[in-house]
Ligand binder design. Sequence first.
Ligand SMILES: Cc1ncc(COP(=O)(O)O)c(C=O)c1O
Length: 405
Amino acid sequence: MAAARKPDSPAPTPPLAARAARIGVSATSAVLAEADRLRAQGRELVDFGVGEPDFPTPEHIREAGMAALRAGFTRYTPTSGIAELRAAVALAHARDFGSAYAPADALVTVGGKQALFNAVSVLVERGDEVILPAPYWVSFVDQIRYAGGDPILVPTREERGFALDLADIERAVTPRTRLILLNSPANPSGALLAPELFAGVLDLCRRRGLWLLSDECYAQFVYDDHPYSVAAEPEARDRVIIAGSLSKAYVMTGWRIGYALAPPPVLAAMLKLQSHSTSNATSFAQKAAVAALTGTQAPLAAMLVEFRRRRDLIVQGLRAIPGVRCVLPRGAFYAYPNIAALLGRPSGPKTTLEFSARLLQEQGVVTVPGEAFGTTEHIRCAYAASEAAIREGLRRLAAFCALLT
Ligand SMILES: Cc1ncc(COP(=O)(O)O)c(C=O)c1O
């Protein structure tokens, strides 16, 4: 019989699940927490760190959300989302990318992040490999590890705009590969993958029996090309899972609406998982999302014109700083300059983490170090800031770099 415990000596708590130890906090969080601390002290910062547009949610979308609230649309909805929104998702995807999904192929999720999380959770088995181009968005790696999988990083070619070579992906495929995860335009590099690359990867998936998960979070944010989705390729629909988001295109980051478009068995598994975690996405946010997808697209078009101008401004400014190289990002709203030439000076920063930390302390400019995205020579500069703020940030960055050369 177990010895009786004294009431004042409780048994130790059990350990956390091992899967919790497989994920970490992002390398971005230290810099961003320090930025918050400085801001709270009243320091005036230039913020190139944010990952969301600096515009308000368009009026007609907010109105639709408020109308839904006023009408009392505040109860549970079907876990998969309201029929109206699933239809709007399929319709808008066909309109914008030329796909041919039915409403039943769509699952409404709590942001694009949940679509990715659900997909990775139901597709990746313990010990499976997931091919992921680097630089990558940090949550991809942690979601794969949480599912028990191993991310297999495939480097991109910076000299060709962070292009991805099909041969490099093909070489990375092993009998353990289950999934290829692509994100175009990419966070953090702004790189756009060519339709031919997508078609090649799709063909590879068919030949080797793999899934293709395409994160289309920034798919609308292209400046020199037409928006593209691999879902429009012939015979894509039984291989491809699309993770979409209304966060950036409709400036709805806080509303938390995303979606998945997936083959029926995958969608059914994702729905099952969601039914045991969050259930439906917020009811009135779904109504706002219908307005976003089916209403006027003019605010999106205007935002893209503005972002294109800012992109040109920041890239030109970065390239003018001695020691900084910057490829032209063809999408998203991030520039990913290479600062290798400025690292490792006697009293200068040795890593991009140190570079970002000192840039913040000494000049009050917030950036995200490349270490957060799996590279060691870059910083990420979001240009979701006014033209005046971008000019000021560039001025401060140039002053900081001048002391390092
Ligand atoms: C590459 C990428 N995918 C997905 C997301 C998820 O966005 P959300 O969950 O807000 O839709 C983000 C957000 O920053 C992102 O950068």
